[in-house]
Ligand binder design. Sequence first.
Ligand SMILES: [Zn+2]
Length: 179
Amino acid sequence: MKQLQYFSPQQLEMVNQAVEMAEELVSNHYKLSTSQLRRLNYDVKTLSDLNEAEIVSGHFAQIVKYRLKKKDTLRETEAEDFYKICLQDHSILETLAQHPELAFLAFLLYILCHEMIHIVRFRRFLQQFNASEEEKLVEEHRVHAKTREILTPVSMVGLESVLAFYRDWCVQPSQPGGA
Ligand SMILES: [Zn+2]
């Protein structure tokens, strides 16, 4: 297996920045209160924190759903869902190397907004986590459109190139970066 490339410490700092920005943009868009935001119950992890099953190739990120059991209880009804956004450093870095017009922070902001929109929609039951492949593809288009809507008014270095990079997504849904 080829050696996977990880984000540098400087890049990890930008990931944190992008997480904060994405959270603010998405929660403003959906008018989420602080407690609603907390109840999204998700976390963002990068490659160095992922286990083997959470690592994929050909996607920039994937969402893995876990059932959490509350402490000191074995009752399944006490469990709640937890979503883990698993960033795939290697895929992101490979694409950034091929597309020098894409800025790291802007690219990460797009990816994170996109994944957070998925989670909001799961939480609101607008989308089933275990949907058919066909439904997932339709949802993917919707989420890309929503990401574009949220990010278009944002002024940020490199964001225009990122939106241009994703512009053709609807025409070629098989392009990596779907998840
Ligand atoms: Zn997606």
